[in-house]
Design a protein around this ligand. Structure first.
Ligand code: DGL
Length: 278
């Protein structure tokens, strides 16, 4: 069995890259629903519907564990999947934990809540993640005194999905959303990139924040560390996983377009296969 990594598009590659660095021995399937990205402005119903289609597809392809490497899907679909769909599948297998699906928000919050000195944290995310209030809710479970300020960045995912994240247009929108965040709270000392696409804008974000001393946190490394920990604690799933060190890529867009962009993002040559999600 394999580990599935899902995102609405290319963003999950930033998580996959770090997971494979930390856990290179496993076999992975990556699925980007690029044809239907971005998810960030879509309704709860649609995000859940699309995400479950993708997760089910990855289970059908031989994954026993799927990581939603997408904050929007983690915010809007994970709870329903964990409460309705996973128990249904595991019940068919005699109520043993044979499959599971994990998100990226809780692992991020657990680590980032320990990093701040001022207790003021900024979250940059898609409109869907911001509206869900998943970050403020999860942070308050860790420490109710933390002050969380969110800023939606609706243009960042479209810029990245269209390969424009190194353009001057991207400079403009990086400046715009960062200043909107910091205008809301000038005591922020830690900013979470609460969308897996955003690390592709990290050089621009860091440049913009260079003189502020604010720490910017991308999720890849900490999601990888939490996955490692999860696998140590879940013997049935860990034992079911094959260890061939491979990764296969699926996209709902054209395979060639995905290959070109993913090769650029991952700085390595990859092959992708087009699939339809129904
Ligand atoms: N990478 C997704 C996330 O982490 C982007 C969502 C989108 O498609 O808008 O939220």
């Amino acid at each position: 069995m394999k580990i599935g990594v899902f995102d609405s598009g290319y963003g999950g590659l930033t998580i996959l890259e770090k997971i494979r660095l930390q856990l290179p021995e496993y076999d992975y399937l990556y699925l980007g629903d690029n044809a239907r990205a971005p998810y960030g402005t879509r309704s709860y119903e649609l995000i859940y519907h699309y995400t479950w289609q993708a997760v089910e597809y990855l289970f059908q392809q031989g994954c026993s564990l799927v990581i939603l490497a997408c904050n929007t899907a983690s915010a809007k679909a994970l709870r329903s999947i964990q409460q309705n769909d996973i128990p249904r599948i595991n019940a068919r297998m005699g109520d043993v934990e044979m499959v599971n699906c994990l998100g990226v928000i809780r692992p991020t919050v657990e680590v980032v809540s320990q990093m701040t000195q001022t207790g003021h944290i900024g979250v940059l995310a898609t409109p869907g993640t911001v509206q869900s209030d998943s970050y403020p809710i999860e942070f308050s479970k860790q420490d109710e005194n933390l002050v969380i300020t969110q800023q939606a960045c609706p243009m960042w995912v479209p810029l990245i999905e269209s390969g424009e994240h190194q353009s001057e247009g991207a400079d403009y929108f990086v400046k715009k959303y960062l200043s909107q965040l910091l205008e809301q709270d000038d005591q922020i000392d830690t900013i979470v990139l609460g969308c897996t696409h955003y690390p592709l804008l990290l050089p621009k974000i860091k440049k913009e924040l260079a003189k502020t001393g604010i720490r910017v946190v991308a999720q890849g490394d900490l999601v990888a560390a939490k996955l490692d920990d999860y696998l140590h604690r879940h013997g049935e799933i860990n034992g079911s996983l094959s260890r061939g060190g491979t990764c296969t890529y699926f996209t709902t867009e054209s395979a060639e377009k995905f290959r070109e962009n993913a090769t650029l993002f991952l700085r390595q040559n990859i092959r992708a296969q087009h699939i339809e999600l129904k």
